[in-house]
Design a protein around this ligand. Structure first.
Ligand code: HEM
Length: 581
């Protein structure tokens, strides 16, 4: 009997019968039967049978092995992306609980050999998120999102639950140009449930079961809704359709062989997995910048960066703001590893595998995770891996520098990946090219827009399968940090008596006990009473005092500058009142 079916049978058998039944299975020692009985008892009796068979059982037959830390930023194609998804999760994206490509696929789960010539599918995907698009197309949506999120009325409230309440507005606005009341409640619900499953993960937990089943119930209506909205984008029935990802996928899909309309629908919701990582990241950044429990080195580096000309790169491929965001990603590493599907080697130097030798019919699901965090901290790559040092990326190659000559210099006979360019068909003078390591990146108006192509920078993965959303993500977090700096925002521990546990991203359930304050308000209160005592209504002398306090804060690595607030147009009503004092 196939092992999965056996486990499932055990799971579906009334508890008292399990040991007796287990004894019937040839060659299974008693302790296996007993273990199965214990396993069966641990499955709540209300769980749907299909869920048990397709989610619970595969979960326990899955192993994820830790792979090697790459010396170069590449993963060999023998560690495949084809269907590289822990088996118990297929039911979240296909009603049949297993890969069903005819219903649409995502590049995330495709082996290189399935993607068309030279990783074509990836290049079409990437065409929607190249850095040249951010400012004209997406930035206003992101900035409005952060303005709303960090509005003074939400100060000193648990931040992550609040973030999740608005996150899907940004998500659907970026993908399809839909937000607010135009997003049906079921569409919000399925996103929330999807994230909850990914965050809690263990399928035996009732919260995972309930949310998994909600996702399945809402999957077909979600696909229909997306399909309709993609048509609206195609027909210009949404305002500014060129400000959505779907628009670029539609324009650049060619004959659709490698990016069909079903694939567009699929990518739109599979991105639940991708964008949910913004939650982990934002929490990681808040924790490090927190006034009470943050990292002084990170706080100091932030103040230093923001006190300078942070948006201008001088002789570097990256601006100072970009550099600090990259270093935050290296150190936070919100995504722990690139996962690949591997097959059992039926023969090896050690002989046949049990599957071949004993003719076993059951298969386990095995995956290898090429680690990000330990690779980013590998002393082979950096002399100071533990230090928070945004400048480090100025001394290692970009993807635009890894050409034929560089590959040969490293010792390759030729580039591991041919360097080719896919020109977009959406009206821009832009293309998607790649480095000799296979890393895809944009070129706009003849200017390369490269990424750091070095194994020591691992948070977005490696080579041909590296994250196409990397630069968009970095640009989003640049805007987050601009907002924090310009509005003098401080993150603080709230010390709530019973903080909630909130699912914020894959494998991440956090205690929601960090909030923000607008530092301006606190400082002015303290400072104004102090200054009034000293200077009365002498505004000139007060301002002098204020600038001196700013200098003091900058020297001591404190956030913000309160004299700058005089030009701040986003003051809250209480702040404006204070200003009038
Ligand atoms: C904090 C944010 C993010 C992190 C840490 C992250 C990380 C990663 C990593 C590590 C990979 C490689 C996985 C592997 O090789 O197994 C990846 C792939 C991918 N990411 Fe992201 N990602 C983020 C955001 C995004 C966003 C915003 C998008 C889309 C707009 C996106 C779309 C994708 C896609 C489509 C792939 C598959 C690429 C391929 O296989 O060629 N990601 N991401």
């Amino acid at each position: 009997m196939e092992r999965r079916a056996f486990l499932a049978a055990a799971a579906a058998t009334p508890a008292g019968l399990v040991s007796a039944r287990a004894a019937q299975y040839d060659g299974l020692p008693d302790d296996v039967g007993a273990a199965l009985a214990r396993f069966r008892n641990s499955i709540p009796s209300n769980f749907d049978r299909d869920y048990v068979e397709h989610a619970v059982v595969p979960f326990f037959l899955t192993s994820i092995y830790e792979g090697e830390r790459p010396a170069l930023p590449m993963i060999d194609v023998t560690l495949s992306k084809e269907n590289a998804l822990p088996f118990d999760l297929w039911g979240l994206i296909y009603k049949g609980w297993q890969p069903t490509p005819e219903e649409g696929v995502t590049v995330f789960l495709q082996g290189l050999e399935e993607r068309g010539d030279n990783n074509l599918r990836k290049r079409i995907y990437f065409s929607a998120v190249t850095p040249d698009l951010y400012r004209p197309m997406y930035q206003a949506k992101v900035v409005a999102f952060f303005d709303r999120l960090l509005d003074p009325q939400y100060a000193e409230k648990p931040f992550m639950r609040h973030y999740l309440d608005y996150y899907f507005d940004l998500y659907w606005d970026l993908h399809l140009g839909v937000k607010g009341d135009a997003i049906p409640s079921g569409v919000r619900q399925i996103g929330e449930s999807f994230n909850t499953v990914l965050a809690f993960r263990n399928p035996l937990q009732p919260i995972v079961y309930e949310n998994y089943m909600k996702v399945r119930a809402l999957l077909d209506p979600l696909k229909q809704w997306i399909d309709q909205k993609v048509k609206d984008v195609a027909n210009g029935r949404v305002p500014n359709p060129e400000k959505t990802f779907a628009w670029y996928w539609l324009k650049n899909a060619g004959n659709g062989e490698h990016f069909s309309n079903k694939d567009i629908v699929f990518e739109c919701f599979h991105n639940f997995v991708a964008l949910s990582q913004w939650g982990n990241t934002i929490f990681g950044i808040m924790s490090r910048l927190s006034k009470d429990s943050g990292d002084p080195e990170v706080r100091g580096s932030f103040t230093k960066t923001m006190s300078g000309d942070y948006d201008h790169a001088t002789g570097s491929p990256y601006t100072p703001l970009e550099l600090i965001v990259m270093e935050l990603f290296r150190t936070i590493s919100p995504n722990g590893g690139s996962i690949s599907a591997v097959e059992d080697a039926r023969r090896s130097a050690y002989g046949e595998s049990p599957f071949a030798a004993l003719g076993s019919r059951f298969e386990r699901h095995a995956y290898i995770a090429t680690p990000h965090t330990s690779t980013s901290f590998d002393p082979r790559h950096w002399s100071n891996p533990q230090q928070f040092d945004p400048d480090r990326y100025n001394h290692v190659p970009t993807s635009a520098q890894i050409d034929e000559a560089k590959c040969q210099q490293i010792g390759f006979a030729r580039c591991p990946f041919d360097i080719t360019t896919f020109n977009v068909a959406d009206g821009r003078k832009a293309g998607l090219t790649n480095s000799g390591f296979g890393t895809v990146f944009g070129v706009a108006d003849g200017k390369p827009l490269p990424v750091c192509d070095y194994a020591g920078f691992a948070p977005f993965g490696f080579g041909y399968r590296r994250c196409p959303g990397e630069q968009l993500t970095i640009q989003v977090f640049e805007d987050f940090l601009r907002k924090v700096w310009n509005d003098k925002i401080e993150f603080v521990n709230l010390h709530l008596p019973n903080p909630r546990k909130v699912p914020i991203g894959p494998n991440a359930v956090i205690v929601d006990d960090i909030g923000f304050t607008r530092r301006l308000l606190q400082l002015w209160l303290l400072d104004i009473s102090d200054a009034r005592g000293r200077y009365g209504r002498d505004v000139k002398r007060y301002l002098k005092h204020s600038f001196a306090v700013d200098r003091h804060h900058a020297d001591h690595g404190l956030l913000g500058s309160h004299s700058g607030a005089l030009g701040d147009r986003s003051l809250s009503p209480p702040e404006r009142k204070l200003r009038r004092l």
